[in-house]
Write a protein that binds this ligand. Structure first.
Ligand code: SF4
Ligand code: SF4
Length: 156
């Protein structure tokens, strides 16, 4: 399958030698494995602050491609959508999925073999069962009070 993220021309295994704050824009973007989990709605426990991900996806999430349906203009529709950067990653770690490449590298952990940078294909993320492709329900189909019925286990 065609990789929706341009991973061409990158230095071999740059993520093992280059800190997050020294990466080029292209290297940073290429870290995203395309799992789609950051497009899921979350539930936060008011007392403990613990966050659980649900299968209830953002209204712009395209479950077939596992991508944002309007990425370039998404903030017109979803102003609260976070653009992850090296400056804000630390305060967003608490809700990012355990398999997220940005979180793994921030925590000095290796990427999984199914990561497209290692496998050479974005399909490996879906084959490994870690993506949300064909796994979600749309947020306009589920009342917010019922989101707790759609919790996902992490990591899946
Ligand atoms: S959770 Fe991380 S790796 Fe997965 S799509 Fe979001 S930013 Fe990319
Ligand atoms: S606006 Fe797009 S990138 Fe942001 S959470 Fe929704 S589907 Fe994901």
């Amino acid at each position: 399958m065609t990789d929706p993220i341009d991973r061409s021309g990158l230095r071999p295994r740059y993520w093992e030698t280059t800190p997050l704050n020294r990466m080029t824009r292209a290297e940073w973007e290429a870290l995203c494995d395309g799992c789609g989990k950051c497009c899921l709605n979350k539930l936060e426990d008011e007392d403990s602050g613990a966050v659980a991900l649900t299968r209830v996806a953002c209204r712009l999430f395209d479950d077939a491609t596992c991508r944002c349906g309007q990425y370039d203009i998404r903030h017109q529709f979803v102003p609260e959508c976070i653009t992850l950067s090296v400056k804000n990653i630390e305060r967003n770690l608490y809700w990012l999925p355990e398999t997220c490449a940005y979180k793994l590298l921030w925590n000095k952990q290796p990427l999984y073999d199914w990561h497209p940078l290692i496998s050479g294909t974005p399909q490996s993320v879906h084959d490994a069962g870690v993506s949300m492709q064909h796994q979600t329900v749309a947020e306009f189909e589920v009342e917010e009070d019922d989101w707790e019925d759609y919790l996902i286990e992490e990591p899946t």
